[in-house]
Design a binder for this molecule. Structure first.
Ligand code: FEO
Ligand code: CA
Ligand code: CA
Ligand code: CA
Length: 601
């Protein structure tokens, strides 16, 4: 039509218009259904969800709150039966309990919160004629909560820095928290990042030792009472009682969903920070490379390279071996160098004279096994206080590194840099070529090219996000009058055609709801960003899985806007009427004449 190029393979859908509706909006001709929502039964004996009668015991058998990462692990060739694994990032008590007293939560409410964190494994099935997966009871179903034992592995396991009175060995941690994004390993397990763990530990300012207080503060652990007040009900959340408990969170965990009796692990060799996620790439020689971002303003991007090699096949034996690969290797942090004169990076987002924000970079080693490469820090300290190590070696401060993943075909690495409204603030770093805008409200998407084992790379910004009509945005050079607006990229995924998909968290900065976008990475349409779906008011879009026939997304924190609560919900999605909103996993598919049509086909 009118000489416009044909839609690229996999992205042939009518783009969704940005909106502020209290609904999931999908392209014309597509259908949607809720797979599972907060409170739905997962384990036998789970009571029907009732917001007025919720208990910790009930919640421990039900789907948790605020689903973020999701994985579908097929159990049959067609993927009609799959294990759905989701993270439950955090709880928002004012939205979960009518009449919640922020100063005096009850013990039962705190127990609900502990059980609403963690992960869920649940069998889901669909018929060949519908994309609407349904949850089923099965031997695989499992809830991981704040009370599930984890084994600590890697070189910091057993460190004095991880010992508490409940665990004098420093090797067994109860629970996981603030699990944000994650990754599916090539051997069929799940990696999940413990992200904003600073919110859960009270009385940091009352810890007597100054060095310890500084270390806590470097991780954002400050103040006295926490908002959730867990420290009133379990002393392990009170740093004056258990100063090391906070060191036991902020790791990448690994879970084998195929073995419901297995003990999940915390991998210390990947370092401790606000892990958004971790994603694996396999080098030609079989060694394993993991990328992970520290999602905070002015934090870093990390890479880990294993010494051991992956064992092929999906036997339990191979999986057990492969689950040790993240415990013996080398941890690196990224330093970026721009190739344009510093004078051309003026903070406005205007492209430099070479036409691109781009350059080179290197991976700086931090530690390998028991060997530290950082002056004045032991290897254990590098793993437990990784941010300090990265500060010392002069790593590059990025604009909130979120999801980072290698493209399965090209091997190029894509990282969502969500935003950084503090860039250029007094006392803070100004613009750099990879982070070229001051008061960066909308973020950018970084493309990095390297051999898996290389210590040098090249990089460029693929997208500089925002309103395409604004001069400070860039869509890989594609005509901006044809692309969808986007703000605050968070998760990345790929489809079988090689397109990149991006989900967002904070498109409110553009006055629109968050959504899921597809964009070609190569050819004439590289940069032609298309909005595929949007989520309800106050929600973020996360955990996108781009299947051939079904797309799924997690709708996290619907209705989370200022002033809203369980007594005053501003979203009623998905139950409608006067209901409170419920974080849920949604499936989207396109009915065809002979079963389902291909997504974007
Ligand atoms: Fe939980 Fe970095 O988003
Ligand atoms: Ca340049
Ligand atoms: Ca995220
Ligand atoms: Ca986020």
């Amino acid at each position: 039509d009118h000489g416009r190029p044909k839609p690229p393979p996999g992205l042939d859908f009518r783009r969704v218009e940005p909106n502020t509706l209290d609904a999931v909006v999908v392209p014309e001709g597509y259908e949607q259904g809720i797979i599972i929502r907060w409170g739905d039964p997962v384990l036998p004996g789970a009571p029907k969800w009732d917001i007025t009668k919720q208990t910790g015991d009930a919640q421990a058998k039900q789907f948790g709150y605020n689903c973020d990462f999701a994985a579908l692990l097929p159990l049959d060739h067609a993927g009609h039966a799959s294990l759905l694994v989701t993270n439950h990032e955090y709880t928002t008590e004012t939205h979960m309990f009518p009449g919640y007293d922020v100063d005096n939560p009850t013990e039962e409410q705190v127990k609900v919160a502990w059980a609403a964190h963690g992960l869920t494994v649940v069998l889901v099935t669909r018929s060949p004629w519908s994309g609407h997966f349904q949850p089923k009871m099965s031997k695989f179903n499992r809830r991981i909560t704040m009370h599930t034992p984890f084994k600590v592995t890697g070189p910091a396991a057993g460190s004095d820095l991880l010992k508490t009175s409940a665990d004098p060995t420093g090797t067994v941690v109860l629970g996981t928290m603030n699990n944000c994004a994650g990754g599916v390993t090539p051997w069929g397990t799940i990696l999940s990042g413990e992200e904003n763990v600073n919110q859960y530990f009270g009385n940091a300012d009352l810890v007597p030792d100054e060095k310890t207080r500084k270390r806590l503060a470097r991780y954002g652990i400050k103040g006295t009472e926490t908002v959730r007040k867990w420290e009133r009900f379990d002393t392990r959340f009170d740093l004056t009682k258990q100063v090391n408990e906070a060191n036991r969170f902020g790791w990448v965990i690994e879970l084998d969903p195929h073995d419901p009796g297995s003990t999940p692990v915390k991998h210390t060799h990947l370092g401790r920070f606000k892990h958004e996620c971790a994603n694996i790439r396999i080098a030609d020689d079989g060694r394993v490379v993991a990328y992970s971002g520290d999602d905070e303003r002015f934090e870093y991007i990390y890479k880990y390279v294993s010494n051991g090699k992956v064992k092929k096949g999906d036997s339990a034996h191979a999986r057990r071996h492969n689950m040790t690969l993240l415990d013996d290797g080398t941890l690196y942090v990224a330093r970026f160098t721009g190739d344009s004169p510093v004078s051309e990076i003026d903070g406005s987002g205007k492209l430099p004279s070479d036409g691109e924000f781009d350059g080179s970079g290197e991976w700086i080693p931090l530690a390998a096994g028991n060997k530290s490469f950082v002056d004045g820090m032991t290897a254990e300290e590098v793993y437990v206080f990784t941010r300090e190590a990265a500060d010392q070696v002069g790593a590059t401060k990025m604009d909130r590194p979120e999801d980072i993943q290698a493209h399965p075909k090209t091997g190029r690495i894509y990282c969502a840099l969500s935003n950084n409204v503090e860039r250029g603030n007094p006392g803070k770093e100004g613009a750099t070529e990879p982070n070229p805008r001051l008061n960066n409200k909308h973020g950018q998407v970084l493309e990095l090219e390297e051999d898996a084992l290389a210590l040098k790379f090249s990089w460029r910004l693929f997208l500089v996000c925002g309103d395409p009509a604004a001069p400070d945005t860039y869509f890989a050079g594609f005509p901006k009058d044809q692309v969808s607006p986007i703000s605050s990229p968070d998760n990345v995924a790929f489809d079988r055609h090689g397109n990149l998909w991006i989900s967002t968290d904070s498109a409110g900065a553009l006055g629109i709801n968050d959504g899921l976008y597809g964009v070609p990475l190569d050819g004439k349409q590289r940069g032609n960003l298309k909005l595929f779906l949007t989520v309800p008011k106050g929600a973020e879009t996360c955990g996108p899985i781009i299947g051939d026939k079904v797309v799924t997304v997690c709708v996290q924190h619907p209705g989370e806007v200022d002033g809203a609560s369980a007594d005053n919900p501003v979203s009623h999605w998905p139950d409608g009427g006067a209901s409170v909103p419920r974080p849920s996993v949604v499936a989207v598919w396109k009915p065809g004449r002979h079963g389902l049509s291909d997504i974007g086909g």
